[in-house]
Design a protein around this ligand. Sequence first.
Ligand code: HEM
Length: 195
Amino acid sequence: MAKILGNFHIALLIGIVLLVAAMVGLHGSLIGSGNAYWVGWVRFLHIFAGILWIGLLYYFNFVQIPTMPKVPAELKPAVSKYIAPAALFWFRWAAVATVVIGLILAEMSQPGYIGNALTLKAGFKTIGIGLWLGIIMAANVWFVIWPNQKRALGIVPSDDVKKAASASLAMMASRTNLILSIPMLYCMVGQAHIG
Ligand code: HEM
């Protein structure tokens, strides 16, 4: 048992097998009757990627940033050289996956969905605001957080003054995303359930 659960890839695979069982067992009868069944898969993938992204955003804001000042100097490299770069890898690629799959989900649900949402047409206001917040957050990840974290963590060379300024900027951008994530999530879920 420890061998199975100790292996990340096997555990992930078991989860995927159970997902397929649930999606075929519960809703397999929908296969072949329009695209509702496949939209269900895309919606699942979108939410999975979103959880990975926002989960790591919350890890940074709830755990890593507030705990770092308490970590003894000699232990700090464990976080800055190993944990943070690995977390940032999944964080920035999960952001891309969430946006791309989200846009596919939109167009699969209804042609013209993206344009209607981005221009906040009637019936699309809630998701439109969610989309804009998600796009701003993803741009923040790639154009502010990641370049500044690269300097702050020493992934690219930089002097101590620049490093400190980059760490502060990355932290503020991360906090901005924490703030935006809350109304963003309300809008994502609100579209289907409130309108
Ligand atoms: C630019 C980025 C994003 C785009 C383009 C996007 C797109 C969409 C679309 C089109 C829907 C379907 C809304 C509907 O018609 O009911 C949706 C729902 C949803 N999205 Fe996103 N999304 C984005 C970011 C995120 C993020 C960051 C999360 C974080 C977890 C997220 C989580 C969800 C959830 C939970 C739903 C609700 C599904 C439901 O209740 O049926 N989305 N998204």
